[in-house]
Design a protein around this ligand. Structure first.
Ligand SMILES: NC(=O)c1ccc[n+]([C@@H]2O[C@H](COP(=O)([O-])OP(=O)(O)OC[C@H]3O[C@@H](n4cnc5c(N)ncnc54)[C@H](OP(=O)(O)O)[C@@H]3O)[C@@H](O)[C@H]2O)c1
Length: 326
């Protein structure tokens, strides 16, 4: 189903990021030429002139736009203005230049954060505009939502083929484990691994790990390789910017997630919830039936296996960083 990408010149913005590396690997499997990946050190996509240079160098048939400034609740709260500006500006510049140059297709990767705070569960694509997103991620979510509208307008007025995908929270090897920008799964893994290591080093006995919020909110998680497969399928098969959810359709509370991650990490100490810190949106679960019917795609990775793979990857990274050969 991805044969149509063979021989295409594809530009993957953000192609060196967590999701981008997996998308480029997936493109390689379907015979597409090596994608052009504009690195931020050379091309600042918030700047129109840099975007023009990307098109001049890449001469793309297709753009898969993944570049973004992203992070968990802490990062969103620290930089709401920057997150709105950077994500809006990158998309605006790229979509407009794609139209001017007549590219065949523009694939916009949005986010579950675009959904209204009180959206009926499971979130259906038709509910995207039923309310305002949860405040901690609203600037990021609204910028991504607006770019979906821009694509719809560009299809209607200029005939630009667009694709608009809405993935849930992603996880997997290669994710950011930087406490300033990490999402919930890497943040939990890092805290529990640190606690296990600290306990092993000391005779102190009992340990505790403090986590943000109440633990009562729920989230849905998609393994990064499953997301990459869906994005490449959608790039090959779709040309209409109607929003399409990408997820597993499975919901887990943060408290249950924390318990599962702690168990796999081997952490047996206390978990303390700091309810003075924000929890974010109350519930998140997607209706994934549209992706199933349009792309014949379903997420394949078992959650326990995906978590174990991610934890093992992080442990190997830490061993490398500390110079320990295992
Ligand atoms: N991670 C998730 O849970 C999740 C969930 C839903 C949707 N998404 C969406 O998926 C996409 C990829 O996310 P990710 O988690 O892979 O993010 P990531 O690892 O932070 O990668 C983002 C990439 O964007 C590039 N970038 C940032 N600012 C740029 C600029 N001004 N000019 C050029 N490039 C810039 C960076 O390129 P350099 O490496 O060259 O600096 C970076 O590699 C984003 O659109 C995000 O909104 C992610």
């Amino acid at each position: 189903m991805t044969e149509s990408l063979a021989g295409k010149r594809i530009c993957v913005t953000g192609g060196a990021g967590f999701l981008g590396r997996r998308v480029c690997a997936e493109l390689g499997k379907c015979g597409a030429d090596d994608p052009f990946v504009p690195r931020s050190s050379e091309f600042d996509l918030t700047q129109p002139g840099d975007v023009v240079r990307v098109f001049e160098q890449a001469r793309p048939d297709v753009i898969i736009h993944l570049a973004a400034e992203v992070g968990g609740i802490g990062a969103n709260r620290a930089s709401p203005g920057r997150f709105f500006y950077a994500n809006m500006a990158m998309g605006l510049n790229l979509i407009e230049e794609a139209r001017r140059r007549g590219v065949e297709k523009f694939v916009q990767v949005g986010t579950v954060c675009a959904y209204p705070e009180d959206c009926e569960v499971p979130f259906r694509e038709e509910s995207l505009w039923d309310g305002f997103p949860e405040e901690t991620n609203a600037p990021y979510g609204v910028a991504k939502r607006a770019l979906g509208v821009m694509l719809a307008g560009y299809k209607q007025q200029y005939g630009l083929n667009g694709v608009c995908l809405l993935p849930v929270n992603l996880y997997g090897p290669g994710d950011s484990f930087d406490p300033k920008t990490s999402h919930v799964i890497p943040a939990l893994i890092r805290k529990f691994c640190d606690a296990v290591d600290a306990a092993a080093r000391s005779e102190a006995g009992s340990t505790s790990v403090t986590l943000w919020g109440s633990g009562e909110v729920s989230r849905e998680f998609l393994y990064v390789d499953d997301a990459a497969k869906a994005i490449v399928l959608a790039t090959a098969m779709l040309d209409d910017p109607q929003p399409i959810n990408l997820g597993t359709g499975c919901e887990i509370t943060i408290a249950d997630l924390a318990a599962q991650v702690a168990r796999i990490c081997g952490y047996t100490g206390e978990i303390v919830w700091d309810a003075t810190q924000p929890s974010g949106q109350p519930r998140r679960r997607l209706d994934t039936s549209k992706a199933a019917s349009l792309l014949s795609w379903r997420a394949e990775t078992d959650f326990e296996i995906g978590l174990r793979t991610t934890i093992e990857w992080w442990r190997s990274q830490r061993r490398q960083m500390s110079g320990v050969v295992s």
